[in-house]
Design a binder for this molecule. Structure first.
Ligand code: ATP
Ligand code: MG
Length: 559
């Protein structure tokens, strides 16, 4: 990524970084992006990625990618690989790849340190009992009967927990802080639980696993993270984050700073729910183009540039909001409008015969790849006697403001010439199956007659040259803006049944058919499209509509 492209929107975190560098608190800043490898990344994670990597690179610092892999039951190496792939694709390079599991040994030592100082104890109650003693916002918690165990007994039990002597759930290690603390997170939080489960990296080495809170800040301290950026739900955990670091011999003092999650409407955005959509086959996979995952957006045709620009524009703050999907769509429109090669494709074909065009002949028109960017060169658009046009561009009995083709009417064929509709051919059922038209040779682009004005221009492809393609059109995955708002109803009830429609027999001009996954196009008058990975391998090309040319949703909302 070039430096001019970087996100430099002012935000409160950036201001903290500037202060810390100016005051000499830090010489350089170190951030981290800490995903749990329990699913694929989504567009919300991209906000955190852009923020962490963007800040560090703006100020000459560095960013680690750290897998927060403390729950072996939900995590896998496949997810870790997918996450690394997504971060790279977004255009970021991590300084070091780290894992919370790299620190299991150190975390265990530090837990023993707390035990030796009388600041942690083994509780032998079950999880439900412990939960029931937590108290509430208005009532203090209740102390465990095991809270007064001696240091010796705690050391003995904790080392035996680690050695594998106990069943899952028999004991936990808890910090001994304050059961009456106003902040519930300080009411003797659990540090370790027993879990006899193989970890995707450490195998069977451990049968006790640290809780998130015990792992996170300590991992930050080990890596020398200066600014540990996380989402607002961790604000109440900050006193605990700080308590841990104050009570162990921490090698550095990271500062936790919270910011608001990025949310989008008409979708859901937690890995847990996205996994549910995948597992129940409501979508074809994590990379289904309707998914808000990075993999889904990539397959849909989003570019890394558009996603970075989107989060750059949205900025970072402490107030929660739900961003309209249309804003994300505008980001990809803006990017592709500048860069996407143009081409013509007919999605709902109607045959059109140019009756005064010689039979058996054809020609190639040189058309601009991008009308505003000459450097992109030209493409050869084949033209012959039989064409396909969009069925919707013809009406037999149109309303007054219909400027496309009608019986006896004239229209310009994009990149070619003006035609007149002379005759409408029907089948036995009375449906229109063919139009016979004549073209005006004087009106060809480049000739003096090209200036002749007609009201409408339509796109077309040459029937003899066009390639048959499958086109997949996508709509919102959910039919309500916030599928989680109604607590009474399962959010799956709000899945939009029409979120995918497939057109089996569209026709695309050859320049479009030649592309492959990662190539994007503007189908003139229709929208932006990209080849799906299902495309190619000799079969019919398959193209996904990334986004239409205009925001039809904005109109719908206004009613
Ligand atoms: P999910 O529920 O989707 O799994 P998470 O927060 O549990 O979200 P993690 O893998 O733990 O997912 O997140 C890695 C980092 O990404 C964390 O620092 C987290 O705060 C951040 N993050 C996750 N979701 C968002 C979001 N919607 N907006 C901004 N940052 C996010
Ligand atoms: Mg999580």
């Amino acid at each position: 990524m070039s430096s001019s492209e970087q996100v430099t929107t002012t935000n409160f975190i950036r201001n903290i970084v500037i202060d810390d560098l100016e005051s000499g608190k830090h010489e350089t800043i170190v951030t981290r992006f800490p995903p749990e490898p329990n699913g694929h990344l989504h567009i919300g994670h991209a906000k955190s990625i852009c923020l962490n990597f963007g800040l560090a690179s703006e100020f000459g610092g560095r960013t680690n990618l750290r897998f927060d892999d403390t729950n072996p039951l939900k995590e896998s190496e496949d997810y870790a690989q997918a996450i690394m792939n997504d971060v790279r694709w977004l255009g970021f390079k991590w300084h070091e790849l780290r894992h919370a599991s790299d620190y299991f040994g150190q975390l265990y030592e530090w837990a023993l340190h707390l035990v030796e100082n009388g600041q942690a104890y083994v509780d032998s109650q079950d999880a439900d009992t412990i939960r029931s003693q937590r108290g509430s916002l208005t009532e203090p918690g209740q102390e465990s009967p095991y809270r007064t165990r001696s240091i010796e007994e705690n050391r003995d039990l904790f080392t035996r927990m680690q050695a594998g002597e106990f069943e899952n759930g028999a004991h936990v290690l808890r910090a001994k802080i304050d059961m009456a603390a106003p902040n519930i997170n300080l009411r003797d939080p659990v540090l370790y639980r027993i879990l006899h489960a193989a970890h995707h990296r450490t195998g069977d080495e451990w049968c006790i696993y640290p809780m998130y809170d015990w792992a996170h800040g300590q991992s930050d301290a080990i890596e020398g993270i200066t600014h540990s950026l996380c989402t607002l739900e961790f604000e109440d955990h900050r006193p605990l984050y700080e308590w841990f670091l104050e009570n162990i011999p921490a090698p550095s003092s990271p500062r936790q700073i919270e910011f608001a999650r990025g949310n989008l409407d008409y979708t859901v955005m937690s890995k847990r729910r996205l996994k549910q959509l995948v597992d129940a086959e409501h979508v074809s996979g994590w990379d289904d183009p309707r998914m808000p995952t990075i993999a889904g957006l990539r397959r849909r045709g989003y570019t890394p540039q558009s996603i970075r620009a989107f989060w750059g524009e949205m900025g970072v703050s402490k107030s929660e909001s739900i961003i309209e999907m249309g804003v994300l769509e505008n980001a990809i429109r803006n990017d592709l409008n500048e860069r996407a090669p143009r081409g013509m494709a007919v999605l709902e074909p109607l045959k059109l015969i140019l009756s005064n065009y010689p039979e058996g002949e054809s020609e190639f028109i040189e058309a601009a790849v991008h009308p505003q960017n000459e450097a992109m060169g030209s493409r050869r658009v084949p033209l012959s006697r039989e064409l396909w046009i969009e069925r919707g561009d013809f009406m037999e009995d149109p309303p007054r403001k219909f400027f496309r083709l009608k019986p006896g009417g004239e229209v310009r064929l994009r990149n070619a010439f003006i035609i007149r509709c002379d005759e409408v051919i029907r089948d036995d059922a009375g449906d229109v199956i063919e139009l016979h038209c004549s073209f005006d040779p004087e009106s060809r682009s480049g000739l003096p007659g090209a200036k002749r004005k007609v009201k409408g221009t339509i796109h077309w492809v040459s029937a003899a040259h066009a390639v048959k393609a499958e086109i997949r059109l996508y709509d919102r995955l959910f039919s309500v803006a916030n599928p989680l708002a109604d607590k009474e109803t399962d959010y799956l009830e709000f899945l939009n049944p029409d979120s995918l429609s497939v057109i089996e027999d569209a026709w695309v001009e050859p320049s479009i058919a030649e592309g492959g996954p990662g190539d994007y196009f503007q189908f003139e008058r229709q929208g932006y499209f990209t080849h799906d990975p299902d495309s190619g391998s000799g079969g019919k090309p398959v193209l996904n509509r990334t986004v239409s040319l205009r925001d039809t949703w904005a109109k719908l909302r206004k009613g």
